[in-house]
Each structure stands twice: as C-alpha cells, then as structure tokens.
Design a protein around this ligand. Structure first.
Ligand code: AHR
Length: 494
C-alpha cells in the first residue's frame, strides 16, 4: 500500500471557518418540522413544550450553528401571522411545498422555531414570502421579531411571551423565485427584491438580507439589474443538490464515484459565483455566498416515512436512506467549504430531520442517526478555527487518477485538527501527516463502514458510528490507516 503524504502549512492561513458553514435547514415539508422537530402537546413521544426531546438532544450534540426556516418552497406560501398566538386559535391552512399539500395547523410557528434555535444555540434565519406575500408583510415580521420599539406588533410579541426582541440576524427575501417561488425572470425578481430590501433596511438596518440567486446567468443579470443598489444584498443564496449518483442504496461503483464527483463540484460552483460577485459588484459592500440548501437528493426519495401510506402519487419525494456514501460526499463538501471560507458565508444542509440528506431520522418514537450526522461531529474541531492548506503527494489513486485520500485542516487555540477522507470504494489507504512543526499528543476518531451502502435504521440504529482511530507517531509526523470509504479526524498539539 503506498502512503499518501499530507503536509499541513500552518504558515499560510486561508481564513476563518465560520460556524455558519455548519448550518441546517428545516422546512415545513414531509416530516421535517411536524413529526421530526415538533410533536405538539398530544403525542406519545416525549417532548419539551412540543419539541421532540430525543431529536433535540441529538441536535444539541451535532451541533446546529444556524437554522433556516420555514422553507424552501413553503416560504413563498407562508404567512407568519398564522403561526403566532394561542395554538388553538391559529388558522388551519394548506401547507404547500414542492408538490406536497398538507393540512397545516400552524402549531409550529415563529415562537416555537425561535425557542428551538435558543435550545440548540443556533442562529435563526427566516425565509420570507415573496410569492404570495408583500413587502409590508415581511417588514411586519421583521418588526415583530427584532424591533425594540413599543408598537402594536411588538406588544403582540410581548403578549405572546417574548418581552425582548429576538434579534433574528438573517432574513431571506423569497426562495428559489426562479422556480417554485413565483417563476420570476431575473430582472423582475430583482426589482421586487430592491423594493423589499429597501423597506426592510428601514425597519432594521442590522438585519442581514439574503437575495435569491440561481445559476450563473441569473446571478449575473441579478447584479446587473441591482446596479448601484448591490449594497442592499448581504448574502446571495444558491442551492446545490447532488442528484446523479444512481439509486440511494444499490448504487454501482461507478455511481458511487459519480455522486462524490458532484459533491466535489460544489466548490467549483461556489468559486464561479464568487467570480461573478467580484466582477458584477463594486466590492464596497461585502456580499457572502449563502449555500443555504445543499446535499444528496436520491431519485427514489419518498414523500413520507417508512410504513406511511403514500398520500399522493408524486414524481419525487423527500425521504431517503442516508448511506455511508452520502456521509463521504458531505465530508468532501466540507473540504471545499473550508477552502472557500473567505467567500462562502453560510451553508445549510437540506434538511435537518427526516427529509433528504438528514442527519437525524425518526419513525414513531424511534430515532436514529445517519452516517452524515457523524461526519458533522467529526468536523466539530474546525468550527470557528482557521483553515489551513493541505498539500497532498504520492498517494493511492481513484480510477480518474485523483488522490484517494484528501483532507482539510484547521488551527484553533488548542491545536490542529485534520479531517481525512479515503474516497476509495474498496481499498484501504495509509496517510502520513506532517506540519511545519512537530506533532504530538494525537487523538483520532473515524467513521468507517463495511460497505459504502451501509445505513443506520430503526432496526439497526448503530450499524455505522464513530470509532476510535489509532494514530502512530512517525518522526516529526503521524501515520494513519484509513479503511475504504471512511472519514477520520485527528486532533493534535503542535
Ligand atoms: O429542500 C426541498 C426543496 O428543494 C426546497 O423546498 C426548495 O427550495 C428546493 O427546490
């Protein structure tokens, strides 16, 4: 077995890995919010004021740094005033997103979501309604949540149990308005955005505003239309789903690599978007790239959870198994997020519970964690740390000739952390880590599985989980053995 050499350059810091790169996304879609996060008062599942306790505890350990809600496509139907006040007096509406329509009792609303964020220690990010809303409605939500003034809306907030402003930092102006959020063309949406953003800035000039981006032509047209008003934008939202990896579990080796290639390509999308920002704006006002939906979307994802009756014949759905392959793909994405940490201002996995690339799954009163959950945990030491370049040489290769072992590294006050991924489908790899200094007191953990198709499930919740990793000292470096399709984090002092 050849050894891959990984040289970490502590003298060339890339930038800070913002906690916002470890965000999550919760939509009123399928069983994400209802069932997954919220069981209300009358369910047999233990809860804290309606919030599902087992899910809460699992998410507290993730950690969840940032949470976007209520959509997604749902956001452009959502009227926030439906979700405040006494639960039994809240209106029942059609909950609509992505082809699924449900009866929505609005029991999980603004206060419940913000309480969840408080319990998780997550920054809240509210996505506003452009598709069926108005600038006034979104201004009112911002005033209700953030204003310190004594107004009818802030009195309502107080009487609903929140005497102090919530100070929600992030506000999205619509979602995918090129599609489900109104099928706008870029110029028409941008003019709408300009109006919304101008008014929102009057209500709370500290709120960070997120404009809906899309592909390169849309993004170019958006900033050309904004012209001298690009200072109304704080973040440009883009989404990236990986959809070309064949079936969710029974994929071929070729499909395994195809999915990983898509995950890898996410970084190129971020870089291209950064180039557009650099060329189309004057750069006086910083604009971050908000990858506020990312992850795997398998072709056979189901509308509802296991054992549920399919309520509609849908061409696509939102529940899928999370394999070890999906976890490897997430680790690859994080490598790119860290390299792009100077332009990427946030990233939100789609979605937090039960839906799509979820780290946490539930069925009835049972909960299990997907391999992707553990990949998030392996990356904990990088949160808020300084990203460092990793130079890779002489390793074992993938069929396309690229290195099987890749890595991301960061420096925090208490030492260095390196997360290594062996992307190879079937072969183990050996890696030798070194830095400009010498390495000592190394500690490691890894996520490995018998097969890249392995999943956790209600029947076998701990098939894939974190394991100790042995790290062998080797002169001024360290040697690590990585099983095929595995991810490992090594932390050490220098
Ligand atoms: O995450 C599911 C859906 O995917 C979201 O509602 C939408 O924004 C995207 O198309």
């Amino acid at each position: 077995m050849s050894t891959t050499t990984l040289q970490i350059d502590v003298n060339a810091p890339i930038g800070t890995i913002s906690p916002r790169l470890y965000g999550q996304f919760a939509e009123h879609l399928g069983r994400c919010c209802y069932d997954g996060l919220w069981v209300g008062q009358n369910d047999g599942v233990p809860h804290q004021n309606g919030l599902r306790l087992d899910v809460l505890r699992a998410l507290q350990q993730l950690p969840v740094t940032l949470l976007r809600w209520p959509g997604g496509c749902y956001a452009d139907h959502y009227h926030w005033q439906d979700g405040i006040g006494k639960p039994d007096q809240r209106p029942r509406r059609l909950g609509m997103s992505c082809g699924i329509t449900v009866e929505d009792d609005n029991s999980f609303g603004t206060h419940e979501f913000l309480e969840l964020c408080r319990l998780l220690g997550a920054e809240p990010y509210l996505a506003g309604n452009v598709g069926t809303g108005t600038p006034q409605e979104l201004c009112d939500w911002l005033e209700y949540c953030n204003s310190p003034f004594d107004t009818t809306l802030t009195r309502m907030r107080r009487s609903n149990g929140a005497p102090e402003p919530f100070r929600v930092p992030l506000w999205g102006v619509g979602n995918e308005n090129w599609g489900c959020g109104g099928n706008y063309d870029a110029v028409t949406y941008t003019r709408e955005y300009r109006r919304y953003a101008t008014m929102l800035r009057h209500v709370d000039s500290t709120a960070e505003l997120v404009v809906c981006g899309f592909d390169d032509p849309w993004n170019i047209e958006l900033f050309q239309t904004l012209g001298r008003h690009s200072n109304l934008v704080d973040h440009l939202s883009i989404h990236r789903y990986w959809i070309n990896g064949g079936t969710e579990i029974d994929f071929t080796e070729g499909e395994y690599y195809a999915l990983l290639a898509e995950a890898e390509d996410t970084e190129a999308f971020v870089k291209r978007t950064a180039e557009i920002l650099a060329s189309e704006t004057d750069g006086k006002h910083p604009i971050g790239i908000a990858l506020d939906e990312w992850g795997v979307w398998h072709p056979e994802s189901r509308p509802w959870g296991p054992g549920e009756v399919e309520r509609r014949d849908l061409s696509c759905g939102y529940e899928q198994a999370g394999t070890q392959r999906d976890a490897i793909a997430a680790a690859i994405a994080f490598e790119g997020f860290h390299r792009q940490c100077n332009v990427l201002s946030m990233a939100n996995l789609a979605q937090i519970v039960n839906v799509l690339h979820a780290p946490v799954m539930t069925h009835g009163a049972t909960l299990w964690l997907t391999p992707t959950y553990y990949v998030f945990q392996l990356h904990k030491p990088h949160i808020g740390a300084t990203a460092l370049p990793v130079h890779i040489e002489n390793g074992s290769s993938l069929p396309d000739g690229s290195s099987a072992v890749t890595a991301t590294a960061s420096r925090a006050e208490n030492g260095l952390a390196v997360t290594l991924t062996n992307r190879h489908y079937s072969q183990s790899a050996q890696a030798r880590l070194s830095t400009n200094g010498s390495i000592s007191a190394a500690h490691g953990q890894m996520l490995a599985a018998g097969s890249p198709r392995d999943i956790n499930s209600a029947d076998e919740p701990e098939r894939v989980k974190l394991q100790p990793l042995s790290v062998r000292a080797d002169g001024d470096g360290a040697i690590i053995e990585l099983p095929p399709h595995s991810v490992a984090t090594v932390t050490f002092t220098v």
